[in-house]
Design a protein around this ligand. Structure first.
Ligand code: HSE
Length: 280
């Protein structure tokens, strides 16, 4: 018995929405989970993240099945450690696969809570599970559909950034004035998504909680964003904790924006590729 689950890539933070905003993208990983013969509950291949999410699933009181042996594999286009939610595609893919094979004992809200707990923050999990643009916290989540006019041009550098490492770059506290400006930008951004007035989010993609402290992890970050804006993007930001950089556009030419971003990355001595996606 086997099941395949498709989970979209996600771009979290969107500038000022540190740990609480995320966008599902039309880029996917497909996870296949297959029940193996026998009773000994082993997992093939061995992988710490898969073992942990499987253990969490089988611990749930609503899951009546005892842990069973299974194999898993992932195919797809979501690159690892680039700030595009690849770990969520693994965690959700495995947990939803097991959930299907057990007759869906957990509903989507429970899957959301469990995978957010495993991730440590819900900003990729909410859009990956429910689609669109998400405002996500532990207590609540909101989903806003996103129309196809909005395109994300994503520059994916050749190098990786580990989220755990990128989180150590953040300060213990920030000035009150920065927090106030960040709140204003986050509210503006949510309003732009809620009303579909994407063109009005522009300057609101600037943030004061994480990008200024992570800029050294992606050399040329702000120059890449500025180049995208000069080429017609509404604005841009570090996707999740990087290394990918996203520029959003409605009426701009995605190819011209991609080329401008790529040229700016080249100035730093790094290489990378660009993709153009819409929201899922
Ligand atoms: N919001 C988290 C961070 C996860 O910025 O560290 C990003 O994928």
């Amino acid at each position: 018995q086997s099941v395949t689950i498709s989970v979209p890539a996600t771009s979290a933070n969107l500038g000022p929405g540190y740990d609480c905003l995320g966008l599902a993208l039309s880029l996917y990983n497909h996870t296949t989970v297959t029940i193996l013969e026998g009773d000994r509950p082993h997992i093939e291949p061995h992988h710490p993240m898969v073992e942990a999410i499987s253990a969490l699933f089988f611990q749930q009181p609503d899951v009546e099945e005892a842990p069973f042996p299974f194999s898993w594999s992932i195919k797809g286009d979501v690159p690892q450690s680039r700030g595009l939610g690849s770990s969520v595609t693994v965690r959700l893919g495995i947990m939803m696969g097991l959930n299907e094979l057990c007759g869906r004992p957990l509903d989507r809200e429970r899957l959301y809570a469990l995978c957010s707990e495993a991730e440590g923050h819900p900003d990729n999990v909410a859009p990956a599970l429910f689609g669109g643009f998400a405002v996500a916290s532990k207590e609540q989540r909101f989903r806003f559909p996103v129309d196809d006019r909005l395109k994300a041009v994503i520059l994916i550098p050749e190098y990786e950034v580990q989220t755990a490492h990128a989180r150590t770059a953040l300060p213990e506290s920030v000035p009150h004035s920065d927090a106030a400006r960040n709140t204003s930008h986050a509210c503006t951004l949510v309003s732009a998504f809620a009303t579909g007035e994407y063109e009005r989010m522009g300057a609101a993609l600037e943030d004061f909680l994480h990008q200024p402290y992570r800029r050294h992890l992606v050399p040329g970050l702000f120059e890449i964003v500025d180049a995208g804006v000069d080429a017609g993007a509404i604005g841009g930001y570090l996707s999740g904790s990087g290394s990918a950089v996203a520029c959003l556009t409605t009426s701009g030419d995605p190819a011209a924006i991609a080329s401008a971003m790529q040229q700016e990355l080249a100035k730093t001595g790094a290489t990378g590729r660009t993709i153009v996606v819409t929201a899922d």
